[in-house]
Every structure is written in structure tokens, then in C-alpha cells.
Design a protein around this ligand. Structure first.
Ligand SMILES: *Cc1c(COP(=O)(O)O)cnc(C)c1O
Length: 435
């Protein structure tokens, strides 16, 4: 489905002005070869996932789930086997008891680290909620409070020859996706270089990767380039837009076991945890995930091309740099961010008439505006946008289970910006500037 086939409906039913449709068609045309690449990578990853189902011996009987303590849950065990096979780890821990991505990462780190250990974190400005986990922002129960020393570096500084290693160093934590920061995300190629650098200095240093938003974007996953422990959220890519909650960890068997002890209790580890009927969603979500990630990537690239044509700074600005499903757009004012969020919200299947506003959120130091109208609360493989209300006023857009829906969301966001007061100055200049 392309926008050109839908142009008259977009004009009549959604009130998208001709001038915007014209620019959108150019943006879509420009993204054509990237869209073909998305289909290719989605196909490769889909086949990899399907082989994983075979190797895990996934069966209809596994979909039922357990209750109580969840002992002897064969479906849960098959699911762990499936994730380990797909991501290339020895073992995995896929659980609905993980309440968020932050919780999975916190569990991985507390399983691994002991008081006095030193952790190096890349990049220097990690994800907002992780600042509290590390103790880089004071918070009760942080790693810092637990006696772990944390230092940070950006990836470029780390890869340079003269990098000053903290010594001794227990582990390196690498966040792939940019988070709410105007910085490049870390590609699998860069991740591979960073892991080689860590391991050539000391094979015993553990590499933990925050894979949030990176799953199935490239043809390889972090464990395939040497990460020891990799984690992510099922409200993002691998949940396939239908997992109602949960997170996963995959990697070396001993590290997964330590994390399981931190999630449940030492001695209990992976053996407990009722699945309560979500197993079917977990299997089904992973089966769907590669295709939906492909749709989200087409959405993101369209948004990048469209807003670049409209005169805005976008990150990434070129398809070659894409290693996650996040598209950042700098809007420069609070009013513009709110207008953009209204546009995305108005495209949502649910609550399309809601008006997003900024509000304080647990784990974040600035008020955040979130827009989406998603089926899963906060589900972000679904079309959604988030923005911390702080300069330089950047929106972070992600998801799109259908790229047609994603593209419509961007068009409604652009329209809302045009209709909001002064920041629309750039848009008026577009037809002369970009033809
Ligand atoms: C989303 C995200 C997380 C975890 O976030 P939750 O909202 O707790 O699921 C961690 N790191 C990055 C880079 C993320 O994008």
C-alpha cells in the first residue's frame, strides 16, 4: 500500500492539504529502495524466527500456561529455548514478571554485579530511567547505593586508541538505541568493534547490551557478535505489538541463571514464575515481530524524509545509519512538540480525540508527553511518540504496525504543526526550497 494509491482519501477524509501530500509522495518515492531493504531484512529475520520455533519444539500444548508457582511449565521452557535460538544465546529468561525494560536491565545488572565492582556504561548519556538504576541520578536502591562504581563514555571516545580503562573493570554496559538524546544509536557493526575491544583486553569482562528498539532491525543480534547478556522489553520490538507485558534476557547460561536468581530468589531461579495465560501472546508476538519491525522502519524512514523536506533536523537523516526503530525530530519549541503529539494521537486507533499534555512520570526527571492511542498501554512497536519537555525540544517517534498507518500519523503531525502558531514558518518556505 503506498500513499499515492491513497492520496484522494487522505485529502478528503483526513483533510491533508495538497501541498503536504505532494511533499509526502516525494518522501515516499525517495524511500523506495530502503523499503525494499526492510522487506529483505524482515524476511531473513522471519525465517530465523521460524527455525527457532522448530528448534524449540514449540507445540500447541505449550500455549496454555500455568498458575501458582509455575513449576514444570513446559511452555515457558520452550519460550526460553526459542529466544535463545533466535538471538543466538545459550539460554534465555522470558517472563511476564518483568514489568518493563528498565526492570529487565536492572535485574541483569543486580544479578551480575557485587559491591566494589566497576561498571563502564556506553553512551555517556544513557536512557533517562537507567540514570536512576546506575545511581547517576540519586535514587533509592541504585547500583551506586549498592556500592557499584559506575563510569561512562561515548562510543567514539571508547573506540579510540588512547581510551583510559577503569581498572579493575567487571562489566561494560552498552545501550544500542539513542534514548531521549540527540545522539547516534549504536549499530551492530560498532557494537561488534566495541565487544572485540573489551574482550581483547580481558575475556573475563562481561558485556551487557540494552537491545531495546534494536531487535530485528539488522540481520544479526548482539549475542551473535559476542555480547554476554542481552536484554529488552516485550512492549517493544520482540513483543510483536501484541505482548501485554514482559521482558527478555538472553546470553551465557551462568549469567542468565544469576539474573533469574535476582528476579525470583537464589535457589529458585528459572524454575518458578506462572505464565497465567500470556504464553500464546509471547509466541505469537515473536512470530509477528520481524514483519512489524519492517513496517516500523518504513514508517521511520518516511518520517525522516518528510520532515527533512519540511526543513527540520532529523536523526537518523539517512537510511544507512538506521539501527533501531526510533526517529528523532528537532522541533525547537514546547508548542511545536505538543502540536506534533496531537497529530500522532489523532491517528491512533484508540483515543484519537485525546489531547496529549506533558506530565511527570516515574523514572524520568523532566515532564514527558506521550502520544499513541495504542492497544497496549505504552506499547511502542505501535505508532507512538514521546518527548521530554526540555530543550532542544525533540520528539522521538517509533513503531507503526502498518506503515500506511505510520505515514498517516506523520502527515497528521505535520498538518497539526502547520496549523499551530509561529513554528510553521519553515513549512511555508518548503515548496520553493525543496522542488
Ligand atoms: C525503552 C528503553 C529502555 C527501557 O524502558 P522501559 O520504558 O522501562 O521499558 C531502556 N533503554 C532504552 C534505550 C530504551 O529505549
Amino acid at each position: 500500500m503506498s500513499l499515492s494509491q491513497m492520496a484522494s482519501t487522505l485529502k478528503l477524509d483526513w483533510g491533508i492539504p495538497d501541498s503536504l501530500i505532494e511533499i509526502a509522495l516525494e518522501a515516499e518515492e525517495q524511500s523506495r529502495s530502503f523499503e525494499a531493504k526492510c522487506d529483505f531484512v524482515a524476511g531473513k529475520n522471519f525465517l530465523k524466527v521460524l527455525r527457532g520455533f522448530e528448534s524449540a519444539g514449540a507445540a500447541n500444548a505449550h500455549l496454555t500456561g500455568s498458575h501458582g508457582y509455575g513449576y514444570f511449565d513446559a511452555g515457558r521452557e520452550a519460550l526460553d529455548h526459542l529466544y535463545a535460538a533466535v538471538f543466538g544465546g545459550e539460554d534465555a529468561l522470558v517472563r511476564s514478571q518483568f514489568v518493563s525494560g528498565t526492570h529487565v536491565l536492572r535485574t541483569a545488572l543486580f544479578g551480575l554485579l557485587r559491591p566494589g565492582d566497576h561498571l563502564l556504561v556506553l553512551p555517556a548519556a544513557p536512557y533517562d530511567t537507567l540514570l536512576a538504576v546506575f545511581g547517576l541520578r540519586p535514587a533509592a536502591g541504585s547500583l551506586n547505593e549498592w556500592g557499584v562504581k559506575v563510569s561512562t563514555s561515548d562510543i567514539h571516545g571508547f573506540l579510540e586508541d588512547g581510551f583510559q580503562w577503569p581498572d579493575p573493570l567487571k562489566a561494560v554496559f552498552i545501550q544500542r538505541s539513542k534514548g531521549y538524546r540527540w545522539q547516534d544509536s549504536i549499530s551492530i557493526e560498532q557494537l561488534s568493534q566495541a565487544i572485540k575491544k573489551v574482550k581483547s583486553r580481558s575475556a573475563a569482562t562481561v558485556v551487557v547490551v540494552d537491545n531495546c528498539y534494536g531487535e530485528f532491525v539488522e540481520e544479526q543480534e548482539p549475542p551473535e557478535v559476542g555480547a554476554d547478556l542481552t536484554a529488552g522489553s516485550l512492549l517493544k520490538n520482540p513483543g510483536g505489538g501484541i505482548c501485554p507485558t514482559g521482558g527478555y534476557l538472553v546470553g551465557k547460561r551462568a549469567l542468565v541463571e544469576q539474573a533469574a536468581a535476582a528476579l525470583t530468589a537464589p535457589g529458585l531461579g528459572k524454575e518458578v514464575g506462572p505464565t497465567l495465560g500470556v504464553t500464546r501472546n509471547f509466541f505469537h508476538g515473536l512470530f509477528l515481530a520481524p514483519g512489524f519491525v519492517g513496517e516500523a522502519l518504513k514508517t521511520a524512514q518516511f518520517g525522516s524524509a518528510l520532515f527533512k523536506r519540511l526543513g527540520y533536523s532529523v536523526l537518523p537523516g539517512s537510511p544507512e545509519k538506521r539501527t533501531d526503530i526510533i526517529q528523532a525530530i528537532e522541533l525547537e519549541s514546547r508548542e511545536a512538540v505538543l502540536a506534533f503529539a496531537r497529530g500522532i494521537q489523532s491517528a491512533g486507533p484508540l483515543d484519537s480525540s485525546a489531547v496529549p499534555v506533558g506530565a511527570p512520570m516515574a523514572g524520568y526527571s523532566d515532564p514527558i508527553v506521550m502520544a499513541g492511542g495504542t492497544f497496549i498501554q505504552g506499547g511502542s512497536l505501535e505508532l507512538s511518540c514521546d518527548a521530554p519537555l526540555r530543550p532542544p525540544y525533540v520528539v522521538y517517534v517509533q513503531g507503526g504496525l502498518s506503515s500506511l498507518h505510520g505515514k498517516l500519523g506523520y502527515l497528521l503531525a505535520a498538518k497539526a504543526l502547520q496549523e499551530s502558531a509561529p513554528p510553521a514558518k519553515r513549512i511555508h518556505s518548503v515548496s520553493t526550497k525543496y522542488k
